[in-house]
Design a binder for this molecule. Structure first.
Ligand code: HEM
Length: 126
């Protein structure tokens, strides 16, 4: 697949699918997502989650008014999440980014995700 050098809802869906397939297969991260959304990425809850995350990234990176959720609240209810979980999350996210986007675009995402992870660790006091 040709690497994308722009961010669109369509390619965000590709990114999310690739990333969540990785997380579902990950021994540590898989159970967090399976508990909330089930283990079938094609179910309704997963489809809604993928659209929500596309809204989120469009808002974060392109300033679109697409996301009005509560990002910190959503993670407070994820039990046992810890610093190492975020390192693991970032590694898998980076692999999927490199599969979908050119290095310049991948870097924009990963920088933002790193900052957000630091905020999470601070907010969740872990
Ligand atoms: C260890 C790392 C992480 C785990 C295990 C995790 C897990 C989850 C889970 C299970 C949900 C679904 C909650 C629900 O629907 O009830 C969720 C939602 C979400 N996550 Fe994460 N997450 C992690 C890190 C991150 C990071 C670093 C970001 C941003 C860069 C992020 C962005 C989001 C967003 C935007 C939502 C939707 C929140 C809403 O409901 O509005 N997550 N996460």
């Amino acid at each position: 697949m040709e690497l994308k050098n722009t961010i669109t809802r369509e390619n965000l869906r590709l990114l999310m699918r690739s990333f969540y397939i990785r997380t579902l297969h990950d021994k540590e991260l898989g159970p967090y997502f399976i508990n909330e959304l089930g283990n079938d990425i094609n179910n309704e809850e997963w489809q809604a989650h993928i659209e929500l995350l596309a809204d989120f990234w469009l808002a974060e990176l392109l300033g679109e008014k697409t996301y009005k959720g509560n990002i910190y609240g959503a993670h407070i209810k994820v039990p046992h999440i810890n610093r190492a979980s975020f390192v693991n999350w970032l590694e898998l996210f980076s692999l999927s980014l490199d599969e979908v986007y050119t290095p310049d675009i991948s870097n924009i995402f990963i920088e933002k995700a790193r900052l957000l992870s630091k905020d999470f660790i601070c907010h969740l006091n872990i």
